[in-house]
Design a protein around this ligand. Sequence first.
Ligand SMILES: [Zn+2]
Length: 490
Amino acid sequence: MSALHLYNTISRKTEPFESLLPGRVGLYVCGPTVYGPPHLGHTRGPVVFDILRRYLEHLGYQVRHVRNITDVGHLVGDVDEGEDKLQKQARLEQVEPMEVAQQYTLAYNDMVRLMNVLPPGIEPRASGHIIEQIEMIQAIMEAELAYAVNGSVYFDVLAYAKNHHYGKLSGRVLEDLIAGAGNESRELEGQEEKRNPNDFALWKKAGPEHIMQWSSPWGKGYPGWHIECSAMSRKYLGDEFDIHGGGMDLLFPHHESEIAQSTSCTGKNPARFWMHHNMITINGQKMAKSLGNGITVVQLFSGDHPLLAQAYSPMTLRFFMLQAHYRGTLDFSNEALQAAEKGLQRLWNAAALSKGLKASDRNEYTAADIAEACYAAMNDDLNTPQVIAQLFEAARVCNLANDGKLALDQENIAALQQLFHTWMEDILGVKEEQAADSGALDAVMQVLLELRAQAKAEKNFALSDAIRDRLSAAGFSIKDGKEGSTWSKT
Ligand SMILES: [Zn+2]
């Protein structure tokens, strides 16, 4: 078994993973800005980093997983000027900003729980870490890499760039940023306070209309979006930790600025590995409110949206996402989701079948080869589509053995059963839905199969065929073998 390799955005290479402390991994993932109901675009990040965490734990690491809640400071348009996303929604809904944050934090956590994402060990809120953020801003000012103007504080990108590389993560070139930034941002209010249009806010002065504000050495205000993640990751994971994750849309300016802030305070790039997952498109288009294709997870799970041909279950969505590599784009369509639903059902059927296989004294297939291929795929930058291809191979083997076309001994049958359990449930994190009913269903089906066997024994073929045909019409297929009949969902 090869060792785990992960693609590191900062080196643009797939590198062997080694933790800073033996046996322990610090993982920070940028969480949601909680100002609206979670939509399809919010589902990929939690699942991708859940797979990473589950696999690290499977390999024996103890993982400290931190995923923040952004409940202040993330402004509309992801820039330094404009209204706070939370405050804007609160005004529209005529509630306290904290009510908005609470409502959508609960909605987000409901969504990730339904998708079988393990909860993070620590889920810090930006509004609960104002002191840490102020302290960090002070340290950056002491390093003379930030300046205060009219109650706001800005990070001095040009001063930082004298001794550091601003753009090392995103590959952006500062000269190009300077040339490009002038025109679009000149009209934005407050830009004249900055020494350079690429400087970004660490602290913003709050006007009296601003509900969310705190006292600071620079007067009443609120923190910038980027400083939150620097302050919270440092508090819980230290000056330097193993992995920082997020969506590719956060590469610039958010993560680039996080590196600049942390480096200004500690002299260190905070994370060894920077991992970014790609985005979800819908029928080949970017998701946007203006295109009317912003599907919320509630709509997805209920089927209540004009673009949806049916409801899709949380596990169908999870399995669909794992069929693509996390760094590739993922295009959502009804056809793709329906195929995922069928594929997942095929794997569950095979997993159930593996439990009833009869051992032969001969053996014609080595199940350990499949497990080895699964490890090789995961070790190659979490190649889940390859793992799933191997599970389909295992399903093929189970079906052949069940049809009496392939001989398996007890050792290899046990290995197949273990394979489905370890890879589907523990590592890919899919679970059988309606698990509570499946035991009862199985019992009912056994009664029907026994009645049919009895009818056959009495040569009442009209009845035995009728039972088979009625079950087939209801979506169950019956297979007759030497050892009796088995059933599966079609
Ligand atoms: Zn962040």
